[in-house]
Design a protein around this ligand. Structure first.
Ligand SMILES: NC(=O)c1ccc[n+]([C@@H]2O[C@H](COP(=O)([O-])OP(=O)(O)OC[C@H]3O[C@@H](n4cnc5c(N)ncnc54)[C@H](O)[C@@H]3O)[C@@H](O)[C@H]2O)c1
Ligand SMILES: [Zn+2]
Length: 379
């Protein structure tokens, strides 16, 4: 028989918009979104970790009961080491054992580990069910809650297995931030300053006024309604703007890597003993220092960034115990290393990004030049 070919026409145009609801003490907001059309007739299950479960499960279950709705609870042990396929499988088996099916609504309450893992469960359970992301960390609100990336880690790499699956809604209860440690707040501020640097000078100035001029502490920050709300909103909007430009990765989304090429390499070189946000802070300040040399940023702008990071309590330079070799090894293993050069994103002044030849948001820098810059920085 001769080979034939025909075409299945399938052009999809989907509206995956969703609300982000921010407030304090807003268990009722979770019930409210779970009661919206398309969700209200579903069987709801809360997926959370041991730490967050102890804080939110009982009040959420009570709120749902008062609303005439049952909320099942599934908890897994807290920590990045549990963001695995094995945990996902255990949760799926438990859902099946409890007779959950295609009418499931997942409520994912926790930091990035929970929203990534429970979001991935939602992406594949019976080929996909809706989920509401209840983000309880500043890092979650600043980065993990928006973008639709869900995943689990493998021994080979973090976030290696996953799916794009947008939440039906994101709920951020600012009262949850009160139980975060200072280091956890600072961790989330690393990504926050990154977003301000790459897209919003007036947000940067708000942060400067609070932390540099008024010497606000991280603990005061989480209690400041206006600034905390602004932080959630600008983080989510800026991330949305970059993600929207190409949902399935690509050039503009690369802007979100500002400070991350050095930051991630530092994280690996330190054996993951330094928080992601702290490593990103170092990466941000270093790319700004490099940017001064290239003429992308003025010395004054770089010093403003440095002053803001210091006022928040974030590091600004490579720790003395880390070697140039260790960072280079981690960087060249990074997936973005190509042909003896590594691509770096640079901010342009404060609140904008450099765009290079051909409209690229990243500039390739030869490995030997990177080594020279790191050596000079550590001197
Ligand atoms: N999907 C994305 O686009 C994206 C973006 C950035 C980060 N992430 C992922 O997010 C994860 C890191 O996020 P994270 O720092 O929120 O991690 P996390 O979920 O592990 O939270 C950190 C710790 O804080 C605890 N915790 C959470 N909320 C709390 C609260 N309100 N009070 C007290 N303790 C609380 C958790 O139990 C955990 O022990 C990583 O796995 C990372 O890969 C994903
Ligand atoms: Zn990051």
């Amino acid at each position: 028989m001769e080979t034939t070919e025909f075409r299945i026409e399938l052009v999809r145009r989907v509206d995956e918009s969703y609300p982000v609801i921010v407030g304090r003490g807003i268990e009722s907001a979770v019930l409210d979104v779970a009661s919206r059309p398309g969700l209200t007739e579903r069987r709801a299950v809360l997926i959370t970790d041991s730490t967050v479960g102890a804080l939110v499960a009982a009040p959420l279950v009570r709120t749902f009961e008062r609303g005439g709705r049952k909320l099942d609870v599934l908890t897994f042990p807290e920590g990045e080491q549990h963001k695995t396929r094995a945990t996902k499988e255990r949760i799926e088996d438990e859902l099946i054992a409890r007779d959950f099916g295609r009418d499931t609504l997942i409520i994912a309450a926790g930091g990035g580990v929970v929203t990534d893992l429970a979001g991935f469960v939602a992406a594949t359970f019976t080929r996909g069910v809706p989920y509401i992301s209840v983000s309880t960390t500043l890092l979650g609100a600043a980065d993990a809650a928006v973008g639709g990336k869900t995943a689990v880690d493998t021994p080979a790499a973090t976030n290696l297995i996953g799916a794009f699956h947008q939440p039906s809604a994101v709920v951020i209860d600012l009262d949850r931030w009160k139980t975060l440690s200072t280091a956890q707040i600072q961790d989330g501020m690393g990504e926050t300053v990154k977003h301000a640097c790459l897209a919003d000078v007036s947000f940067f100035e708000e942060l400067e006024r609070a932390f540099v001029e008024r010497h606000m502490s991280p603990e005061e920050f989480v209690r400041d309604d206006a600034l905390a709300e602004l932080t959630v909103r600008r983080n989510c909007e800026i991330k949305r703007d970059f993600v929207m430009s190409d949902v399935f990765e690509g050039n503009r989304r690369m802007g979100l890597n500002l400070g991350h090429t050095i930051g991630r390499a530092l994280e690996a070189a330190m054996g993951y003993t330094m928080s992601h946000g702290a490593c990103v802070a170092v990466g941000l300040n270093m790319q700004a220092q490099w940017g001064v040399q290239f003429g992308y940023v003025t010395r004054e702008e770089q010093q403003r960034l440095e002053a803001l990071l210091l006022a928040i309590g974030l590091p600004i330079a490579l720790p003395a115990e880390v070697s140039v070799d260790a960072i280079m090894n981690a960087m060249v293993h990074d997936k973005k290393a190509k042909g003896g050069a590594i691509r770096f994103v640079f901010q342009r002044g404060i609140g904008d990004l450099m765009v290079f030849d051909g409209g690229s948001y990243a500039r390739p820098i030869p490995v030997q030049d990177i080594r020279a810059f790191l050596t000079q920085s550590l001197a």
